[in-house]
Design a protein around this ligand. Structure first.
Ligand SMILES: [Zn+2]
Length: 542
């Protein structure tokens, strides 16, 4: 069918004689890609760039008459990041871990990243105000603070990383289960997750709570993940998801140590298939040299001890922590190959593609530029079998992949790379090509009537690597994998309206004076600080 575009939107009809036409016959047309979780901007990402000159040297992009030069394989510079997403047909990304104290830097870098609409998730799971209010069971007050925080930092969703564990890491400790006590606060990870889940519902935020589980990256952690999903089950109404488990691959391990580590994907998928309140994204491992970075400081310390690689450890003034360690995933490592297998197992065992999304937790499990490779694995048993043959023998023996026949079709791919992600994010004007949607379109040069992706996985991979056309906001921005028009996207943020507006207390201001190096006045990001501010007005129930 024909798709008509007028201005920045998809419309019912246009005057064909006056319109410019793209002939997409024999090609696949999808909405612009949406990435629910990729670390592309902010203090953490920039520290990663500083840590790794070798990552820049090996991957250089020259300037053209239209585009700027750039560097970086796993942590590309801002312009290069925007171009590379646009070349793959992506038009919207979510930057998932923003310490509120570093919101200014994050937005500066996001504004420097062309071609994409974007939003950020402030890290709130270990924020002192949250911990205090949840300890005292004051959900409504906590909600008011979170609403204020979204406005103050121009944030979009509640990010929770290793709840309680980051506060403990300030004292060189961690939590080991969702019922451990958080030092100095006496609350528990379970209370933090449940409390912020209630806050999320009270505020009517467009996305669910976005959770990086406790014990991430540790053998045996699939049990913690099951408990985490289950601990909010009773808070769900109808069929709506209320929790998103991010980069679930890293939280789906069985075994008691690295020698006995194996896949817990079947158990997790089984739970997700039986419960509607959960969504997941993959965190698919790619065999390559990359850079891991997360707010999970204690996890990164463990990774540093495991690898002996260079390491950044950072404490964001009591708000959150962070760590960075370069990492190479090797085919012949039993653990890495098992991680690789787990990601694909999750994608293939979770039955509903609307509840599992394709990510690499860029750059943690691999750079986002590897998405076409993952698409090929999902669509082709043959492509998977080829890789299974090349991995460590121990991992191969335990892998569930040879027993899984399922192959994604192009509809499934459209769902896990844009439609499902847009839906989970509450971006109702993204992820589809209906009238009223944003005119963000990706055209891929592969004919679904002639190409069997199961056999021709290489053609599929090639097509998704470089879109024939990427249209952003009604303009052709990339053609045949080349940028033809640099554009700037919007920054979405949650503009929550409360029935009784939140008042900034003297208590809050005093905390700024006593504890933080950033003054209260500088903490707030004014709207005109953003290149293109796009507030999402939300009426809270509180
Ligand atoms: Zn992440």
């Amino acid at each position: 069918m024909d798709i008509a575009i007028c201005g920045e939107k998809i419309v019912e009809k246009v005057d064909e004689r006056k319109a410019r036409t793209i002939d997409a016959s024999g090609m696949i047309v999808m909405p612009g890609g949406v990435d629910i979780h990729c670390h592309i901007a902010g203090a953490e990402v920039n520290s990663g760039r500083l840590l790794r000159p070798e990552d820049h040297r090996k991957d250089v992009e020259a300037k053209t008459s239209l585009t700027r030069s750039g560097v970086g394989y796993s942590i590309p510079s801002t312009f290069t990041t925007g171009y590379r997403y646009a070349r793959m047909g992506y038009t919207t990304i979510m930057n998932p871990s923003m310490p509120p104290l570093e919101a200014r830097h994050t937005h500066e870098e996001l504004d420097d990243t062309p071609m994409l609409d974007k939003a950020s998730y402030p890290l709130l799971g270990d924020w002192w105000f949250v911990l205090e209010y949840l300890r005292d069971g004051r959900i409504k007050e906590c909600a008011a603070y979170v609403a204020w925080m979204m406005k103050a930092t121009k944030g979009y969703a509640i990010k929770i990383v290793n709840p309680g564990g980051l506060e403990a890491w300030g004292f060189g400790r961690n939590v080991g289960s969702i019922d451990d006590s958080v030092p100095n606060f006496g609350t528990t990870p379970r209370e933090i997750i449940r409390g912020l889940c209630k806050v999320n519902t009270l505020l009517n935020l467009p996305h669910t709570i976005h959770v990086h589980t406790n014990n991430l990256g540790k053998p045996g952690n699939y049990a913690t993940t099951l408990e985490t999903m289950d601990c909010v089950k009773d808070l769900a109404s109808a069929n709506e998801p209320i929790i998103h488990i991010t980069h679930c691959q890293f939280s789906a391990y069985k075994g008691s140590d690295w020698r006995t580590m194996e896949s817990g994907a079947a158990e997790i998928a089984n739970y997700v298939n039986k419960h509607n309140h959960v969504t997941l994204d993959l965190g698919q491992v790619i065999f390559t040299d990359t850079t891991t970075m997360t707010a999970d400081g204690p996890f990164q310390f463990g990774l540093y001890q495991l690898t002996g690689n260079k390491w950044v450890n950072h404490d964001v003034e009591t708000e959150t922590t962070s760590g960075i360690v370069p990492f190479r995933y090797k085919r012949k490592s039993a653990v890495h190959a098992t991680q690789w297998s787990i990601g694909l197992e999750l994608a293939l065992l979770v039955e509903d593609p609307w509840r599992i999304y394709l990510t690499t937790d860029h750059p943690n499990a691999g750079p986002f530029t590897a998405y076409p490779k993952i698409i090929a694995w999902l669509m082709s048993r043959k492509a998977r079998a080829k890789m299974v043959k090349r991995i460590s023998r121990r991992a191969r023996r335990k892998s569930l992949l040879p027993s899984i026949d399922r192959e994604y079709n192009f509809f499934d791919i459209a769902t896990v790379t844009r439609a499902g992600q847009a839906k989970a994010l509450g971006l109702t004007w993204k992820g589809h090509l209906g009238v009223g949607a944003d005119a963000d379109v990706a055209v891929y040069d592969v004919n679904p009537e002639q190409v069997d992706p199961s056999k021709k996985h290489k053609s599929v991979r090639k097509a998704f690597k470089a879109s024939a056309y990427t249209v952003k906001g009604g303009e052709i921005v990339a053609k045949d994998g080349k940028i033809v028009k640099p554009v700037y996207g919007r920054t979405y943020w949650a503009d929550v309206q409360l029935s009784s507006p939140f008042e900034v207390t003297e208590h809050l201001k005093r905390r700024f004076r006593e504890y933080w190096t950033v003054e209260y006045e500088n903490y707030l990001i004014p709207e005109d600080f953003l290149h293109a501010s796009a507030p999402i007005p939300i009426q809270a129930e509180a």
